[in-house]
Write a protein that binds this ligand. Structure first.
Ligand code: 13P
Length: 251
């Protein structure tokens, strides 16, 4: 049995005071209950330390949204793996489609980041997904195959066990257009099959594959009940405690 993982990608939202409000709200909503899924929040860099302090003694885990693969040096504006570790981050989102398209990140660069994150003891949430044009031209599986094989190049089976894959169809991100549970399940099954062929059936069975793209409290349950959907990477709906808790409750 794979444990479901619900992660909130705050993107470029919430200053420090907004972070305090949102985390306080999520914690209050959970109360003394331990959710039966892993819950991760990924605030902006500037809020990581505040979030880390607020999350002490809570079941909620902390993640960052990006990272530079270099350890240190003249990389103005960048943040290293050990810097993330030092503020208490356990996870890091890598290869998000917004990073790929807006900041020109290649599969090779993302592969480098995954390796360096693992080396530093961070757990990568590795994002993949096709654009609308790619889906409509029937190349979805080719795109995902390229992203997975290049992103995971040189990654061992033991290392794969520390990686979460997030399938986020680009056309479903922030658009209100969710992939139907059947559409998402079809792709998740494909990704799991691909992991089985690249590694082993046992490794593929253990692999956590999240879905992301307009996940909301009212569609989460149906998506999460699909056989190969092991959680959600949530954007818009993670910015209010009530809707994020609604998705956690769907687990
Ligand atoms: P939305 O939930 O806003 O569509 O964003 C999804 C996403 O990009 C999470 O990483």
């Amino acid at each position: 049995m794979r444990t479901k993982v619900i992660a909130g990608n705050w993107k470029m939202h919430k200053d420090v005071s907004g972070t305090i409000d949102l985390i306080t709200g999520i914690k209050a909503g959970l109360g003394a209950t331990t959710p039966n899924c892993t819950v991760i929040v990924c605030p902006p860099f500037t809020s990581l330390e505040t979030a880390s302090t607020l999350l002490k003694n809570s079941p909620i885990k902390l993640g960052a949204q990006n990272m530079n693969p270099e350890s240190s040096g003249a990389f103005t504006g960048e943040i290293s793996p050990s810097m993330l570790k030092s503020v208490g981050a356990e996870y890091v989102i890598l290869g998000h489609s917004e990073r790929r398209t807006l900041f020109g990140e290649s599969d090779q660069f993302i592969n480098q980041k995954i390796k360096k994150a693992l080396e530093a003891g961070l757990l990568p949430i590795f994002c993949i997904g096709e654009t609308l044009q790619e889906r409509e031209s029937g190349v979805t599986f080719d795109i995902l195959k390229r992203q997975v094989t290049q992103g995971l190049s040189g990654i061992s089976e033991q290392e794969l066990a520390k990686i979460i894959i997030a399938y986020e169809p680009v056309w479903a991100i922030g658009t209100g257009k969710t992939a139907s549970p059947e559409q998402a399940q079809e792709v998740h099954a494909y990704i799991r099959g691909l992991a089985a062929s690249l590694y082993s059936t046992a490794a593929a069975e253990k692999l956590i594959i999240q879905y992301g793209g307009s996940v909301k409290p009212d569609n989460a349950k149906e998506l999460l009940s699909q056989k190969d959907i092991d959680g959600a990477l949530v954007g818009g709906a993670c910015l209010a405690a009530e809707s994020f808790l609604g998705i956690i409750n769907a687990c």
